[in-house]
Design a binder for this molecule. Structure first.
Ligand code: PMP
Length: 308
């Protein structure tokens, strides 16, 4: 089969069982391996759905400039789509996210503007958003998808990622856990899985230094892509039963273990998700099935502690 363009090949990533990170008394863990998605992350799905929804609604046209504040992967996804569809794209990012992210965005032909992260990632993301909205005020051709409040973000996961997981698993899923960036993943996949099994246990995961839902202080942390220090509008706060906290050290250790024990090379937030999934697998026990997402590829973390 030949795809007409790379966007047609987005999604349909494998669901893979972990074999050496769980014990015989634990539930099995299945991971949705988004590292091999087009664009190297789960966020190509949401970028595509946001842009195609905006096209259908007539919100964008050939002269549109797409401008988005993002801690990384959403920007890479939008830059890729801009390249294929011919939209000029400007990505506004905290300067604390990995250098690889900037380079990837630029190599897709998009522009990067950096905002200084002075130690509070939430303030920095707010400043990125203010910059984007100001650009939209000054130029009517600017369209800001606003992933934190765009319903097409969580819809991509409810209608696509979540349905893929259900089809691939082909059996009941008893637990799901996910870190929260925009909340699109936990909301969309959570709603899709809960619609089929209302008794499913769902955990929201927060980095220790950005546990805003847990009422803790927000600082900076290494689990980039989640814990942006804001409570996103599209997050369905009723979808999760519990909130668990994962430290940077636990996330790094789990990400390294995924590579060494399972051959799954992925980013730090994937470590976050698996650290929590291992706890959930112990709690639910043998015979049950837990699902989580490995959100992106490790290859955008060479400059971070994941490779030290
Ligand atoms: N991990 C990484 C690496 C990400 O880039 C993102 C997206 N921000 C997430 C996890 C979280 O996804 P979501 O925005 O759907 O909550």
């Amino acid at each position: 089969m030949i795809y007409d363009n790379v966007l047609e090949a987005v999604g349909n990533t494998p669901l893979i069982r972990l074999n050496r990170m769980t014990g015989p008394e634990d539930a099995e863990i299945l991971v949705k391996f988004e590292a091999v998605n087009i664009g190297g992350s789960v966020k190509t799905r949401t970028a595509l759905n946001m842009i195609e929804t905006a096209e259908k609604k007539g919100l964008i046209h050939k002269d549109t400039i797409i401008v988005e504040p993002t801690s990384g992967n959403q920007g890479i996804g939008l830059a890729l789509i801009g390249a294929v569809k011919g939209y000029r794209t400007v990505i506004i990012m905290p300067d604390s996210v990995s250098e690889e992210r900037r380079k990837l965005v630029r190599n897709y032909g998009a522009e990067v503007r950096l905002v200084h992260d002075a130690g509070n990632i939430g303030d920095c993301i707010d400043e990125c958003l203010r910059t984007a909205l100001l650009m939209a005020e000054e130029d009517s051709n600017v369209y800001v998808p606003q992933q934190f409040e765009n319903e097409a973000n969580s819809a991509a996961h409810r209608e696509q990622t979540g349905q893929e997981i259900l089809r691939q698993a082909g059996k009941p899923i008893h637990g799901f856990c996910s870190g929260i960036g925009t909340g699109g993943t936990i909301t969309g996949i959570g709603e899709a899985l809960k619609a089929v099994n209302p008794g499913i246990e769902i955990w929201a995961i927060e980095p220790e230094n950005a546990a805003i839902l847990s009422g803790r202080e927000v600082g900076t942390h290494l689990q980039m892509g989640i814990g942006d220090g804001v409570i996103p509008e599209i997050l369905n706060q009723k979808i999760f039963d519990d909130i668990v906290i994962v430290t940077d050290e636990e996330a790094l250790a789990a990400a390294k273990e995924l590579a060494r024990k399972e051959g799954l090379m992925c980013g730090i937030s994937s470590g976050t998700n698996v650290a929590a999934a291992v706890r959930m697998a112990k709690k639910l026990g043998r015979g049950k099935t837990v699902v989580t997402v490995l959100a992106d590829t490790a290859e955008r973390y060479f400059s971070t502690r994941l490779f030290q």
